[in-house]
Design a binder for this molecule. Structure first.
Ligand SMILES: Cc1ncc(COP(=O)(O)O)c(C=O)c1O
Length: 429
């Protein structure tokens, strides 16, 4: 995201609004989401689905990336489904009036309460992750007099190139039934024989922030082959193929993501070809992009406090947020682009370490960050924070979680209020 808009005062603008004015109006830290960017990404996925699969599919926004009521309303308005992974996400979606039949429920350890809630609220598809869950779900479904549609999460044995914490397609994973060992086939047999549920298909998700098309293509081919094998072994034809999410975004110049349309073209080609070769009907396709829908839409604004220069070592520029609102650096050493929103025209004067305010030395937002000479009171903007920032936020050190403001065409509105100190102590006895 080295392209950004600057106004006549050389201030960064977001959705047509001066970012410094936003910081003054709402305070910092502040999450800002550009609605047009979110909607454009949702439309791009939906249009690609129509173009390459003739609309025989559903794009489900992976709401773990950024979850609040408004994003479900936007996803619903744009015709998307949603991937949900917890009772909390299901509850939020339902409260937002999201059409729950278009929700897909994931998780490697869904609780009975969460499964009950999914059944009661009519979640459209439940992705079963393990044998225990299959049994539990079948029992709960019988109790509730419903027969849910389920998919099986399959671990295809693919190692995508990404951080190990967000790699999920390899055999050594906490998620899913392993393809290679025959576990997935055994799960299919058991699910077909479990009349309390209706097995409709399979799901695969190989990881996140992936920049190559090849592992996605390989995963899609393996899944189609597996669907054909299930038909050969059991006579049962699966109709849903959920290809998961994981498409990378451009946090910095080091990232070179595959354009989504090219990904959709190549993967749909691979699915069709595999279906043709195996004489298998082309399935209904589901996809679950999260990061690539909201990531580039987000910018976090902070106020610079102390600037500590350690001669010959480094300069720490400390801001009024950190790992509480953005834990991605401390989790994965993630990289971002930074700029001073109030002096957006200035060239970098050197490299600094941007530090948060929490009591952890690892509470950094970036190292070796090129930045103009930063002074207390400057507004520091971190780009591409729309995904896995607010949704991963905590109030560590009892710092309140900042508000989220949505901007569009020169208008701003709060979509998540900032947490208050009173709310921090609300549940304390
Ligand atoms: C099952 C599943 N689907 C979709 C996603 C979304 O991935 P991304 O945000 O990389 O698109 C995830 C992320 O962890 C996931 O676990």
């Amino acid at each position: 995201m080295e392209y950004y808009s600057v106004n006549g005062a050389y201030h960064l603008t977001l959705g047509g609004i001066d970012a410094v004015a936003l910081a003054e109006k709402y305070g910092t830290p502040l999450y800002v989401m550009e609605e047009d960017v979110v909607r454009a990404a949702m439309r791009a996925y939906r249009q690609s689905m129509e173009r390459f699969y003739g609309g025989n599919g559903l794009v489900c926004y992976a709401s773990k990336a950024f979850c609040c009521k408004e994003i479900y309303r936007i996803a619903a308005a744009e015709g998307l489904g949603a991937d949900v992974v917890s009772g909390g996400e299901i509850y939020t979606a339902a409260k937002a009036g999201f059409p729950m039949a278009k929700a897909v429920f994931h998780g490697n350890n869904k609780t009975r309460e969460e499964l009950r809630m999914a059944l009661a609220l009519g979640v459209g598809r439940i992705v079963v992750d393990n044998f225990e869950e299959l049994k539990t779900l079948a029992a709960l479904a019988s109790e509730n007099g419903v027969r849910p549609d389920i998919l099986l999460r399959v671990t295809p044995g693919i190692e995508a190139h990404t951080h190990k914490f967000i790699m999920t397609g390899q055999n050594d994973s906490k998620f899913g039934f392993i393809l290679e060992t025959g576990e997935a086939m055994e799960a299919a047999r058991q699910a077909i024989g479990t009349l309390a549920v209706r097995l409709t298909g399979v799901h695969v998700h190989i990881g996140s922030q992936i920049h190559e098309a090849a592992p996605f293509i390989q995963a899609a081919e393996r899944m189609v082959r597996f669907m054909a094998d299930v038909r050969a072994e059991t006579g049962y034809t699966l109709t849903d193929l959920n290809l998961g999410g994981g498409f990378g975004i451009r946090y910095t110049g080091e990232d070179d993501p595959v354009p989504y349309a090219a990904y959709m073209r190549d993967v749909s080609g691979a699915v069709r070809q595999a279906c043709g070769q195996l004489n298998f009907p082309v399935p209904f396709i589901l996809m679950e992009p999260g990061r690539s829908i909201v990531g580039e839409a987000g910018t976090t604004l902070y106020t610079v406090g102390s600037v500590k220069k350690i001669p010959g070592i480094r300069t720490y520029v400390s801001v009024d947020g950190g790992m509480g609102d953005n834990p991605r650096y401390i989790l994965y050493g993630s990289k971002y682009e930074f700029l001073l929103a109030n002096r957006a025209d200035e060239a970098p004067a050197g490299e600094v370490t941007v530090a948060g305010k929490c009591c952890e030395s690892g509470d950094l937002l970036g190292e070796n960050v090129p930045l103009p000479e930063a002074k207390p009171g400057d507004i520091l903007a971190v780009r591409c924070t729309g995904a896995y920032n607010y949704s991963m936020a905590s109030c560590y050190n009892r710092n309140p979680i900042p508000p989220v403001v949505m901007v569009r065409d020169g208008e701003d509105r709060v979509i998540v209020k900032g947490m208050t100190y009173e709310q921090i102590v609300e549940n304390d006895i």
